[in-house]
Design a protein around this ligand. Structure first.
Ligand code: HEC
Ligand code: HEC
Ligand code: HEC
Ligand code: HEC
Length: 330
């Protein structure tokens, strides 16, 4: 009886607590393979800093400084740096970086889903002619294979924040690495990172619809809150890392208060309630993680249940084009 309870608790808390889950190198196919069918997406990606990170990093003076302070001899052999700056794959005997932050850093390592996701029922079958039962099976196999689809806003957003909050205290305080920046999902996704070509068959990089942007905005703020709460939970010293995390958590809470003032949904109320009482201080791991787990659950529901059609009152809060990070490809 006691044993069963412990197992249940372990499963419940084994959720998204890990700092950053990089794609398993053994299951990575690499962006070249995606490009065989998604040429426009690859062209757009090659203009981003995610792509360029591959070439620049090891020659940058600031990178070498960080490595030195961390006691790291070769950046491209250090999984800590590799997990966030590169996509890796086994080459001969060693795991080697093959690209910067690429398709599978965000959509999941593809070996187990790449064939499934574009098979609509055998030769000649298209998305339009796909039988509903086949589609159901396909979506299930894609999920089981580890694909993160555009429809899964929470899982996509979680990826961004796992890297962009830089949740490693020593790397920031000792290594002098940037503690991350004021990341906002809508404005950081709609700029240089945008690659919405499917609707136009590869011809036009479409803006997200106003409805989609509202959902991205709300889920983005929730995930921002979640990951900065997790960041504070791990803090042990009052220094740059803890201060930045706490500041960003506070800012996300304030954003959420504003959101709750214009749209109502039970999930939003639960997120507010969970974070209102939490104390942003050192040595408070249990309370902070409990709040983060609630935020996580409700954020996933927000991304799944709502289409944004009734949330027009949010529009004044959502960053506009002049705040987008970088220029989107054509
Ligand atoms: C053999 C061709 C082919 C390859 C290779 C391929 N894709 Fe696709 N992909 C497709 C087709 C076809 C679709 C469906 C297009 C549509 O919805 O109109 C698709 C859809 C997608 C979608 C949207 C899925 C959804 O549920 O909305 C994503 C994301 C995606 N692919 C990512 C990738 C990534 C990442 C790679 C490389 C690891 C890749 N694809 C490799 C053909 C391919
Ligand atoms: C948790 C993910 C993560 C890890 C681990 C990580 N980085 Fe970074 N790094 C980032 C992100 C995200 C940025 C971009 C910051 C931004 O603008 O949001 C960055 C930026 C940088 C920069 C540029 C500084 C700047 O302000 O633009 C250097 C140099 C760098 N990292 C080196 C390293 C080295 C060396 C390691 C390993 C010791 C490492 N990073 C480990 C996520 C990470
Ligand atoms: C695997 C880690 C990782 C993931 C996942 C990730 N990023 Fe990044 N991102 C980085 C790093 C590292 C840099 C800095 C690259 C450099 O300049 O060397 C960066 C840079 C950027 C930049 C350029 C910033 C600037 O200062 O111009 C944008 C925009 C961006 N990321 C948006 C996103 C969005 C949106 C997502 C999620 C959809 C995301 N990132 C997911 C690691 C990541
Ligand atoms: C930094 C994270 C990130 C990277 C890198 C990335 N994607 Fe995406 N991708 C996303 C997000 C987030 C969305 C959903 C965008 C939205 O809703 O506005 C998306 C959407 C898509 C779609 C559907 C777009 C549509 O038109 O409906 C396809 C296909 C796709 N990605 C393929 C790729 C391929 C191929 C690559 C590599 C060349 C890639 N992605 C790299 C995060 C990323």
């Amino acid at each position: 009886m006691v044993g069963a309870c412990l197992v249940a608790i372990a499963v419940f808390y084994a959720g998204p607590k890990e700092a950053h889950a990089a794609p398993d190198p053994k299951l990575v196919v690499g962006p070249g393979e995606c490009g065989e069918c998604h040429a426009s997406e690859v062209t757009a990606w090659r203009k981003t800093r995610h792509f360029k990170a591959f070439r620049g990093l090891t020659r940058r003076g600031d990178a070498l400084q960080i490595a030195k302070k961390m006691g790291i001899k070769r950046i491209k052999r250090e999984s800590l740096c590799m997990n966030c700056h590169f996509t890796s794959k086994p080459r001969k005997k060693r795991i080697k970086p093959i690209a910067g932050i690429s398709c599978e850093s965000c959509h999941g390592a593809a070996k187990k889903w790449v064939d499934v996701h574009q098979n609509f029922g055998g030769k000649g079958a298209t998305k339009k002619t796909e039988p509903p039962e086949h589609k159901k099976q396909r979506l299930m196999k894609m999920k089981a294979g580890g694909m993160i689809r555009p429809a899964e806003i929470y899982r996509l957003a979680r990826n961004c924040f796992q890297c962009h909050t830089v949740p490693y205290e020593k790397l920031v305080n000792v290594g002098g690495h940037t503690p991350g920046s004021k990341f906002d999902l809508v404005s950081w996704l709609q700029g240089e990172v945008r690659h919405n070509y499917l609707a136009s068959n590869g011809k036009k990089n479409a803006k997200a619809s106003p409805e989609r942007k509202r959902v991205l905005f709300v889920v983005g703020k929730a995930v921002e809150l979640e990951y900065n709460l997790r960041g504070v939970a791990k803090a042990t010293k009052k220094a740059t890392y803890a201060v930045k995390m706490a500041r960003r958590a506070k800012a996300a809470m304030d954003a959420f208060k504003k959101i709750s003032g214009v749209v109502s949904a039970p999930e939003i109320q639960k997120i507010l309630a969970a974070s209102a009482s939490v104390r942003l201080k050192l040595n408070n791991e249990k309370e902070l993680l409990r709040a983060a787990d609630i935020v996580s659950r409700e954020a996933e529901k927000l991304g799944r249940k709502y289409d944004g059609a009734r949330w027009a009152k949010l529009d004044p809060l959502i960053p506009k084009q002049d705040q987008y990070k970088g220029k989107p490809a054509k």
